[in-house]
Design a protein around this ligand. Structure first.
Ligand code: NAD
Ligand code: ZN
Length: 309
């Protein structure tokens, strides 16, 4: 499948000239980005389909469903408590900082991210221009849908029973939780976090799971933005673009005239791009600061702008 899920073939390869892209980003007005797990790979957070692979013999995508939570909330919570711990320990990388700077300096740039790890907000990405399509792993909401939501909860572990998922181990040792040969800790459902409002529901991670709809209000805002005028540039960063509806935004931007630029180490992510589009093969944390340099200036290794444009 190509990057936006339709099968087109082009005899002509996309462009890969950094200078040409830099000129385009400098002169573009309305720009959009769609980010995926690859943006956070350089921060040490595994992607779902990448080298990270299985989690205790489970496909991560099988654990990220309401059905999985209903069947075994303790297992799903252990998975999320571990991912929360990883996300809280990780630091935003130069890719997150580059997108945040671009948003500060280009008025008409919106960024849609499928990531739930909180790293774009922590990089200072202006909130009003950042759409967390799949929610945040730091939010908790009621599984009974009473409407309760606890935002940006930084407790780690989230409750005492989930402590085995939030332990730090030296790099040469494996966290026992991650070893499928060691039985998973048995956690009683009553020891999982419960909803303080309705008192009956379990709390669940505030992310959008497979088989769940995206936030309607957010979709409306993004749709409104797209239809307000032509889109000059669509930047697709670190996503296999296999998850809908997020993946469809590239197609929508193209219908509004956008040139597409894909940043991804996987050459398959460039299929479907035409000769006006761009493909930059590699790590987003390295490539994005360079691509945006004429607008954001030179970025140092820590993600700070050291030379203004
Ligand atoms: P994915 O795991 O399906 O694909 C990741 C993509 O990133 C691949 O195309 C891969 O080639 C690319 N990639 C790997 N390293 C990269 C790098 N250094 N720089 C640039 N690209 C790189 O992820 P997805 O498409 O985002 O979708 C999976 C779903 O899983 C999403 O819904 C997302 O919410 C969720 N998820 C989120 C996180 C996170 O928040 N960090 C992590 C894993 C999965
Ligand atoms: Zn509730």
């Amino acid at each position: 499948m190509n990057y936006f899920g339709i099968s087109t073939t082009s005899a002509m390869a996309p462009r890969n000239s950094i200078a040409e892209f830099q000129e385009l980003v400098r002169s573009s007005n309305r720009m959009m980005a769609l980010c995926g797990a690859g943006l956070s790979a350089a921060s040490g957070l595994p992607t779902f389909r990448g080298a990270g692979g299985l989690w205790r013999n489970h496909e991560p995508t099988d654990l990220a469903t309401p059905e999985a939570f209903a069947a075994d909330p303790s297992l799903v919570w252990l998975f999320y408590a571990w991912r929360r711990h990883m996300a809280l320990k990780a630091k935003p990388n130069r890719g997150h900082f580059a997108l945040a700077e671009l948003a500060k300096r280009k008025e008409n740039f919106i960024c849609l991210t499928q990531n739930v790890d909180g790293l774009s907000p922590r990089a200072g990405h202006p909130e009003s221009k950042l759409y967390l399509l799949h929610g945040s792993i730091l939010d908790n909401k009621c599984f009974n849908q009473c409407g309760y939501i606890d935002r940006n909860n930084l407790s780690d572990p989230i409750c005492p029973a989930l402590a085995p998922a939030a332990e730090d181990y030296p790099p040469d040792q494996t966290l026992p939780l991650l070893d499928p040969n060691i039985p998973a800790p048995q956690i009683q459902v009553e020891d999982l976090p419960h909803c303080p409002r309705c008192k009956t529901g379990l709390l669940r991670p505030g992310v959008v799971w497979f088989n769940e709809p995206l936030d309607e209000n957010m979709i409306m805002q993004v749709e409104n933005w797209i239809w307000q005028g032509p889109v000059d540039l669509m930047i697709v960063v670190g996503t296999a673009a296999a998850v809908y509806p997020a993946a469809a935004y590239t197609r929508k931007a193209q219908r509004r005239g956008a040139i597409v630029a894909v940043i991804n180490p996987d050459p398959d992510s460039a299929s479907g791009l035409g000769p006006k589009d761009f493909f930059f093969q590699g790590d987003a944390a390295e490539i994005l600061p360079l691509l945006f340099e004429p607008v954001i200036g030179k970025m140092d290794e820590s993600g700070k702008i050291c030379v203004e444009p």
